[in-house]
Design a protein around this ligand. Structure first.
Ligand code: NAD
Length: 472
């Protein structure tokens, strides 16, 4: 396994035009595990030029040809799956079970994209009018660190299926995982320039992509702050933009719920990826009359969580991806205390015995009001807020009283009532009584959580433009 990353430009692995590199540390131990190269504007322009040159031939391939290439990428990923999982554990600190699940799904995106590809997605006739969907051109794909191969795979599979060529800008915190993915792309032997990957930081590599007049589409997953910058930057060239941004998702525990089961559900939703998940249910809404029961169930639930070595099979709680992110999460724990919320479990500092890694104690605040920063801002760590409500009306109002609208969870016995609550939540996805992951159904956010949808036919459409021809 390589421990120094490269770029993939025009079908070849290349080093940077400049000399910048950055050390990569294992977040669980602090050990140095490799080096990332940081590309610059020259590397990025080369990748864009290669993608532009490859576009006419790639967009002219048949659906069957594209399916064969997608299958080859899936096969290459299957061959390298164990290495990709091991690197995800080492570089990101993801527990082994979760790294396996996430990367298995990354491979599956290339299978699912084949199922979506049908001729009638591209052409429909209405009398003398033919409506044709055509690939947009070069797509710039910019991804975050919390499951970087998963995001690259999801976006790349849809873009290639649509007939676009791509320039990927992976998170600078995930380049060793990206390296394995690039080697799979290379193994699949696509025509040079169809997939290009440039490592580097957002304000350099990402910024060059978003400003380029040779890039027609940006698909970005990351923070709302950077998402706003990207949509501004893309305006000059009127790029099509898909934005998958932050979240502050509610879990509404209805008053007919079995509290132990409800809290187990809420903690699973809240601590997905140890809270480093855009869809984490970080605000737990419980009926005022059942708060004491909820508190007891939370204490028990948190005590049962295994923190530790991401390689151990039972580990659930992982370290934060970086020292910087650890500090950010700690600052929110301090802020919660300053705002007057009360710590039910957890608190500042590292759990005993885990001082070498970026571990945060799973922390749950009670006495939280929805106007506090800990209830409004995305923390992206294992820090949850319990907020009480009096009736369903108030629960929905609190759930919606936030800038984000990515996801929500509802837990209760009466299914019709739970559904009625779910239907009033302003979020792109709501899960009632189950946490499922179905990458064939549309995914994306309301409000400040984003723009557009990914997955399945919606994901394909995001890389297509529509032309109507009237034949007289
Ligand atoms: P981030 O916004 O800091 O960075 C995301 C990517 O954007 C990185 O590759 C980064 O290098 C790049 N970037 C930064 N500045 C840029 C610029 N000026 N121009 C172009 N690119 C730039 O996010 P992150 O810390 O990597 O990831 C965590 C965030 O991602 C959280 O807010 C989380 O909610 C969000 N997220 C959203 C989803 C979703 O599907 N909605 C999924 C995962 C993560």
């Amino acid at each position: 396994m390589k421990t120094v990353s490269q770029h993939l430009i025009n079908g070849r692995f290349v080093d940077s035009h400049g000399q910048d590199t950055v050390d990569v540390h294992n977040p669980a131990t602090g050990a140095l595990i490799g080096r990332s190269i940081l590309g610059d504007e020259v590397d990025t322009e080369r990748a864009i030029a290669a993608a532009k040159a490859a576009f006419p031939a790639w967009s002219a391939t048949t659906l069957e040809e594209r399916k064969r290439y997608l299958q080859r990428i899936a096969d290459a990923l299957t061959e390298r799956m164990d290495e990709l999982v091991a690197m995800t554990v080492a570089e990101y600190g993801a527990p082994a079970f979760f790294a396996g699940y996430m990367n298995g799904q990354a491979r599956d995106f290339f299978l699912l994209a084949q199922d979506v590809l049908k001729a009638d997605n591209f052409e429909e006739r209405y009398g003398n009018a033919t409506v044709t969907k055509v690939p947009l051109g070069v797509a710039g794909l910019i991804t975050p660190w919390n499951g970087n191969p998963w995001f690259i795979a999801g976006k790349t599979a849809s873009a290639l299926a649509a007939g676009c060529t791509v320039v990927v800008k992976p998170s600078e915190l995930s380049t060793l995982q990206t390296q394995i993915l690039m080697e799979c792309f290379e193994k699949a032997d696509l025509p040079p320039g169809v997939i290009n990957v440039v490592n580097g930081i957002g304000p350099v590599v990402g910024n060059t992509i978003t400003h380029s007049s040779d890039v027609q589409k940006i698909s970005f997953t990351g923070s709302t702050k950077v998402g706003k910058q990207i949509i501004r930057d893309a305006t000059d060239t009127m790029k099509r933009v898909t934005l998958e941004l932050g979240g502050k998702s509610p879990t509404i525990v209805l008053d007919d719920a079995d509290m132990d089961k409800a809290i187990q559900f809420a903690l699973t939703a809240g601590l997905l990826n140890t809270g480093q998940a855009c869809i984490a249910g970080t605000r737990i809404l419980v009926p005022e009359s059942r708060l004491e029961e909820a508190k007891t169930a939370i204490r028990t639930g948190i005590e049962a969580l295994a923190i530790g070595d991401p390689q151990a099979p039972d580990t659930v709680i992982q370290p934060m991806v970086s020292q910087g992110h650890y500090e950010r999460v700690q600052s929110y724990i301090r802020k919660g205390i300053e705002e007057g919320a009360e710590i039910l479990v957890g608190g500042e500092g590292k759990p005993e015995g885990y001082e070498a890694g970026n571990y945060v104690k799973p922390t749950v605040f009670v006495g939280v009001t929805n106007d506090m920063a800990i209830a409004q801002e995305e923390i992206f760590g294992p820090v949850l807020s319990v907020i009480t409500y009096r009736d369903d009306e108030e629960a929905v109002a609190i759930a919606n009283d936030v800038a984000y609208g990515l996801h929500a969870y509802v837990y209760g016995v009466n299914k019709e009532r739970a559904r009625a609550v779910a239907d009033r939540i302003l979020a792109g996805r709501v899960m009632i009584n189950e946490i499922v992951d179905d990458p064939t159904r549309p995914f994306g956010g309301f409000k400040m959580s984003g723009l557009g949808r990914e997955f399945g036919i919606h994901g394909l459409d995001a890389y297509l433009e529509t032309r109507t021809v009237f034949a007289g």
